[in-house]
Design a binder for this molecule. Structure first.
Ligand code: SF4
Length: 604
């Protein structure tokens, strides 16, 4: 298979070792790139380790489409054993660093070990340096970006952590280009645990591809098709925030720590409110439908909003003003905190305060209170001490009934969709391979527009189909799924892109197998790394089963536990996993993962 540089760059921060390794043909064919490579490397190399120890590794992984002149292809996957969940963790990020890594001649960067003192890695083609980061340590992600650009020039790719990552807050992420974020399940904390402040990459070579001419032609046609799509203009105006009003109308909006699904001040936060405040737009490299909408926040600073961060820092906290939400979002980006988990953590504390489970008072909609807690989280003091490891751990500390409304799956906080009346989306959260994230199967819009309240077999099949495409194909080739999802850019393009990039024609069956293989391997990783794995790990938060919505047109709705359980069993059946969600021997063998069988059998 062509289209890869075929090289891993491995850097050991403990001894300064730098190695360049070949990626085997088997690995390329079976795992393609991005998430596929990351999952395979973690399975092979990161076993039984404490996520914030020197033994953990962090993997920056591109795919065969990364950086090619194709729509929205400026993405990479960052993966590690997650300090938030204890299982497989990853996130994708749109960044110039992805392009530069490929141009420098590498598909994957693995960082292992731990530096004695703060450092950053600078890669320029063949040359790799580990540089003292004493001057950068303690600085925000924005300051770090500026300083690194001042040092290395503007045409570089930067991946950096902020003070949250340095202090190993478990939902610290990685930021690039002042606002591109990735690595929700604590990838920033893993960098911090290695004393690694940033990775700077500059590549000057050519990205390998099987048929460059064809790629250029298809890319041009693809960009044009996207621009001609019916809802392209609306997307450009509102980006992902166009879904806010729809969520509110359909009681899917995360409101007051997911207690409700609709918010009385939604009009002050939705896509139309955004349009009034918008001053600019930005996004990932190689994208012609950039979705980062910039507004001035109430403190007069620029901040980049999307649906997820507005949902979680707006209605979920009872915050009634987009410009206030903007302040919290900017602080999160500067400190390097995941906005979804942050919103969930703040909502959890507000509810705990309301119920008298903690001494401190923090009320719904309290901007100044939230700002103080964010500072405390970063410094792990006061309320930050309770919440810096996420809501799962916080509920163990706070006690009472808080476990029921700690909104997470497998330790990862739920992203911005309320599922009291969305069993399919609840299953998607339950079975997502990193914990409760929406990226693998955003089934909610299909679900609400079809047979919303059913727990049908078709719904389970739809979740699996989306996981195969979004979680398998898009995360591995590695490119943004939003052109397909949001403006209806034809899915038929992608096998053609892959063929031109790699020279290999892949049938739909092969592409689905790829997704299934990656899913089975990631699931095996969870089982291996979590003693006592049970199907309970695939269940959404208790609140959605036990506390019906108390307001709105869906008042009284909640999930049915027995029927959810039936869906889950069907899901396992389709995947070829046993009743506890563990891949069966014949499934693993059929996917070419025979080597996993022996390891898993030791875990019963
Ligand atoms: S659509 Fe948004 S997330 Fe996707 S590549 Fe473009 S800017 Fe990035």
């Amino acid at each position: 298979m062509e289209g890869h540089a075929g090289k891993i760059l491995r850097i050991n921060l403990s001894d300064g070792g730098i190695a360049k390794e070949e990626i085997s043909e088997e690995m390329r064919t079976k795992f393609l790139g991005g998430r596929g490579f990351a999952a395979k490397i973690l399975w092979d190399e990161v076993r039984d380790v404490e996520p914030l120890s020197e033994e953990n590794k962090i993997i920056f992984s591109t795919g065969p489409l990364t950086g090619l002149p194709l729509p929205s292809s400026g993405k990479m996957v960052i993966a590690s054993k997650s300090p938030l969940t204890g299982g497989y963790g990853d996130g994708n990020i749109g960044t110039m660093a992805a392009l530069h890594l490929r141009r420098a001649g590498y598909d994957v960067l693995i960082v292992e070990g731990k530096s004695e003192a703060p450092c950053y890695i600078a890669i320029q083609d063949e040359e790799v340096r580990i540089i003292d980061a004493g001057d950068l340590w303690g600085r925000t992600t924005f300051e770090s970006q500026d300083r690194l650009e001042a040092e290395h020039g503007k045409s570089i790719g930067v991946l950096t952590i902020g003070p949250a990552g340095e202090n190993m807050v478990r939902f610290a992420n990685i930021i690039s280009q002042r606002g591109r974020a990735g690595g929700r399940p604590g990838m920033g904390a893993v960098m911090g645990s290695k004393n690694l402040k940033a990775v700077v990459v500059k590549g000057t070579g050519k990205i390998p591809a099987f048929d460059e001419q064809k790629l250029r032609e298809m890319g041009k046609a693809g960009y044009e098709e996207i621009k001609g799509k019916e809802n392209y203009d609306f997307w450009i105006r509102q980006g992902t925030l166009m879904v806010f009003e729809w969520c509110n109308e359909n009681s899917c909006l995360p409101t007051y720590n997911f207690r409700e699904g609709a918010f009385q001040f939604s009009k002050q936060l939705d896509g139309y409110a955004l349009e009034k405040l918008k001053v600019d737009r930005k996004g990932c490299p190689l994208c012609n439908m950039q979705c980062g909408n910039i507004i001035k926040d109430v403190e007069g600073e620029n901040t980049e909003l999307d649906y997820e961060n507005v949902g979680m820092l707006g209605p979920n906290l009872g915050m009634d003003d987009l410009a206030k939400v903007g302040v919290l979002n900017r602080m999160a980006d500067e400190y390097g905190l995941d906005t979804i988990s942050l919103g969930s953590c703040l909502g959890f504390l507000m509810e705990a305060s309301e119920k008298g489970l903690i001494d401190a008072r923090i009320k719904w909609g309290d901007l100044e209170g939230c700002k103080k807690v964010i500072e405390d989280i970063v410094k792990k003091r006061d309320l930050g001490e309770i919440i810096f490891e996420g809501v799962r751990k916080a509920s163990e500390r706070v006690g009472g009934e808080s476990r029921s409304w700690a909104m997470h799956v497998k330790g990862l906080e739920v992203s911005a969709y309320n599922c009291h009346a969305c069993p399919g989306m609840a299953l998607s959260f339950g079975t997502s391979p990193i914990g409760a994230h929406h990226k693998d199967a955003w089934v909610i819009s299909w679900e609400v527009s079809t047979d919303r309240f059913s727990y049908s077999k078709e719904k389970v099949e739809k979740v699996v189909e989306l996981q195969r495409l979004r979680g398998g194909l898009f995360e591995s080739m590695t490119t943004c799924r939003l052109p397909w999802i949001e403006v209806d850019f034809g899915i038929h393009w992608y096998p053609k892109f892959l063929q031109a990039a790699t020279g290999k024609e892949m049938s739909q069956e092969e592409l689905f197998d790829l997704g299934d293989r990656i899913y089975a391997l990631i699931r095996s990783y969870w089982v291996r790394e979590n003693r006592g794995w049970t199907r309970e790990m695939d269940c959404p938060p208790v609140r959605w089963f036990e506390e019906p919505l108390s307001q709105g047109n869906l008042k009284g709705q909640r999930l049915d536990r027995a029927r959810y359980d039936e869906m889950l069993s069907r899901y396992y059946e389709i995947r070829g996993w046993d009743e506890n969600g563990i891949p069966l021997k014949q499934t693993l063998d059929g996917l070419g993962l025979g080597d996993v069988v022996g390891v898993l059998s030791k875990h019963g």
